[in-house]
Design a protein around this ligand. Structure first.
Ligand SMILES: NC(=O)C1=CN([C@@H]2O[C@H](COP(=O)(O)OP(=O)(O)OC[C@H]3O[C@@H](n4cnc5c(N)ncnc54)[C@H](O)[C@@H]3O)[C@@H](O)[C@H]2O)[C@@H](O)CC1
Ligand SMILES: [K+]
Length: 496
């Protein structure tokens, strides 16, 4: 699903009115009907509805929503935050609303006097917000934020800019954001989650043709038939068809990372998994993972031997591998000679940040999987996730790599700067070992999915589905990367 800018949404709106048989006021009516269709099954008419409206089209939506809810027998009160003059569709909707005598129209927040069973609907500002909110409106938003009750934002919480960083000023705090037609870039930013709550995208019938033709660098990942079919193998499958992968991770007393990654690769359908191991640790891997082949390193404590990786379709390098000189040399050799799908995680990324000459050796299409701390080591500091996104795009374009920037909505960027956001996953996954699992899934599917960008998007999605299933089954505290490995079962079944 594409993410469009405010400018593109406005153009889609204009195109729809011009080319489809619908007027501007009827488009507003349709949008409002979709909102009411969403609200009415969830909240009974026992709830008091308080709608804060501005004087633009977001406010117009609020007035139409109020009228439609009142027709369904909800008790509705409207707070006009900016008076009675506004956009033509706002004024038309105010006229229509005034015909309904049961709806009360207020001019001061203090007249509201609501109780717990209230729903505050924010229709003050939508995509037309042009500056921070100040004065009386800011104080009313503050009061709504402090009031008990359910909070619903229409299109976008007031105070939040749709596609740029928002100022540290008043912003409506929603439990739900009901947004029109396409998600906004701001919804993908971790710093905005507390304001957005749960978001729903409502189809209001803007021209699909126009939206399909819009160019956008941003989208939300959705499984397609391509992903499903790429994981299927011919019925006479032998292990070669599913591919081979090797895990180069851990070291003496740090074999957990290698073990988790190898297990995840096995449960992601790899044909043969190999693990590079220092001699004292061979038994650990052999006992834990009988299916794994051992690639014996010559070194006792830290991995450092360049072995024969020619048959490996994918290599994972980095989790808990440490920073020994021989390990850094091994990474350099792999960057220079290995021709398959390379996946670099954790310590490998810190090594790249500290030995920047190695960045120039990165093979095209390498998948890197930093969290924000590791990414900052690579690109320097940033203040918010919009800046991080710009850094991500420029890094991937410059080095021709695919990067998975892990976070609440993990961003996956390709070599041309296209970014896909993932929406599966949950807080319970933020535990040591979760990243090792992702590396294993990447290695497990890379030989079949072929392109690094599709591999990365699909692996992150599956990792999140396994996490969501683990949350359901075990709860946020009990779940671990190991329980998530068992829940890869449901993740893969869901796309088979
Ligand atoms: N795009 C579409 O196809 C549709 C959009 N609709 C609604 O239209 C909204 C956009 O409407 P508008 O463009 O009229 O914009 P808004 O309704 O968001 O507000 C714009 C008005 O507020 C003023 N304003 C902006 N920031 C301010 C601030 N901080 N303090 C005081 N005044 C401020 C602006 O000068 C302008 O007059 C969307 O968010 C959505 O809710 C819907 O009606 C349905 C169709
Ligand atoms: K709003």
């Amino acid at each position: 699903m594409k993410i469009l800018s405010v400018e593109q949404i406005r153009e889609a709106d204009q195109y729809t009115i011009k080319n489809l048989p619908i007027t501007s006021i009827n488009l507003m009516e349709r949008a409002s009907e979709e909102v009411v269709k969403w609200i009415s099954p969830y909240f009974s008419t026992d709830y008091d509805i308080i709608i804060l409206v501005g004087s633009g089209n977001n406010g117009g939506d609020g007035l139409a929503i109020g009228r439609l809810l009142s027709k369904l027998n909800y008790k509705v009160r409207i707070l006009l935050t900016m008076g009675e003059t506004g956009s033509p569709d706002f004024e038309e909707n105010l006229k229509r609303l005034k015909l309904i005598k049961t709806v009360r129209i207020l001019n001061d927040f203090d007249f509201i006097n609501a109780d717990k069973k209230s729903i505050y609907i924010d229709a003050i500002f939508g995509s037309g917000l042009s500056r921070p909110i100040k004065g009386e409106i800011a104080s009313w938003i503050q009061k709504a934020n402090e009031a008990s009750g359910t909070k619903i934002a229409i299109d976008i919480p007031s105070g939040l800019f749709a596609d740029k960083p928002s100022p540290d000023e008043t912003i409506f705090i929603s439990d739900y954001t009901l947004s029109f037609q396409v998600p906004k870039l701001a919804f993908m930013m971790a710093e905005n989650q507390a304001f957005i709550g749960h978001s729903e995208i409502l189809d209001i019938g803007l021209s699909k043709e126009f939206i399909n033709n819009c160019l956008s660098d941003y989208s939300i990942f959705k499984i397609t038939n391509y992903h499903k079919s790429s994981l299927k193998v011919a019925s006479i499958a032998h292990k070669g068809i599913r591919g081979r992968a090797a895990i180069i991770a851990g070291g003496h007393a740090r074999m957990g990372a290698a073990s988790l990654a190898a297990k995840a690769a096995l449960h992601s359908g790899i044909g043969l998994i190999s693990v590079q191991v220092c001699p004292p640790c061979i038994n650990i891997i052999q006992i834990q993972i009988p299916e794994a082949l051992i690639l014996a390193d010559e070194n006792e404590y830290a991995l450092g031997s360049f072995l024969d990786y020619e048959k490996q379709d994918a290599l994972v390098f980095g989790p808990a591998i440490g920073f020994a000189n021989k390990t850094i040399k091994l990474l350099e050799k792999i960057l220079s000679h290995y021709k398959g799908q390379l996946i670099l995680d954790a310590d490998a990324i810190t090594i790249l940040a500290e030995h920047r000459e190695l960045l120039e050796l990165l093979p095209k299409g390498t998948i890197l999987t930093p969290h924000h701390g590791e990414f900052k080591r690579l690109v320097g500091k940033y203040d918010n996730n919009f800046e991080a996104l710009m850094q991500l795009k420029s890094f991937c374009k410059h080095h021709k790599v695919v990067m998975i920037l892990k976070g609440q909505h993990t961003a996956i960027c390709d070599e041309k700067g296209f970014v896909s956001f993932n929406t599966t996953g949950n807080n319970g996954m933020a535990k040591g070992g979760s990243g090792d699992l992702l590396c294993g899934i990447l290695a497990g599917i890379a030989p079949r999915v072929k392109t690094p960008f599709e591999t990365a998007k699909l692996a992150v999605y599956l990792h999140g589905v396994a996490g969501d299933q683990s949350l359901k089954e075990f709860g946020e505290n009990y779940m671990t990367p190991s329980t998530m490995i068992s829940n890869l079962k449901e993740a893969f079944k869901s796309i088979e």
